[in-house]
Design a protein around this ligand. Structure first.
Ligand SMILES: [Zn+2]
Length: 113
């Protein structure tokens, strides 16, 4: 679900906001402990740091570009991001090939389609 940068940035912002707000003495809403509460500075700090870590994570999260690969054995086309190490899930230990590369290697198959 949260594989996109925006989602993580949003969570980071919520944490930072809550951290700063609670640090300034505002009540912070806790979904799991039943509502609005005042928290200690240690907890404010904890939320703020968590927010920073999540923000840092979001910053470093690279949005994977869509990349399609094709299995030379079963001729199935895949989204590379869904594969494990680029291996074909149907054929054991067969590396899928980048679709552009694939058609360079097998130009005939492109014509067939
Ligand atoms: Zn295959």
């Amino acid at each position: 679900m949260l594989n996109n940068k925006f989602g993580w940035y949003l969570i980071s912002c919520i944490f930072l906001f809550e951290g700063v707000a609670s640090f300034l003495g505002y009540k912070v809403y806790f979904k799991y402990s039943g509502g609005w509460k005042n928290v200690g500075y240690d907890y404010s700090l904890y939320i703020t740091i968590a927010g920073l870590i999540i923000g840092y994570y979001a910053y470093n999260l690279k949005e994977k570009p869509q990349k399609h690969t094709k299995c030379p054995t079963c001729k199935e086309t895949f989204n590379y991001n869904e594969l494990e190490n680029g291996k074909c899930p149907y054929c054991k230990d067969v590396d899928t090939v980048d679709i552009e590369e694939y058609y360079k290697q097998y130009p005939k198959e492109r014509d067939d389609k």
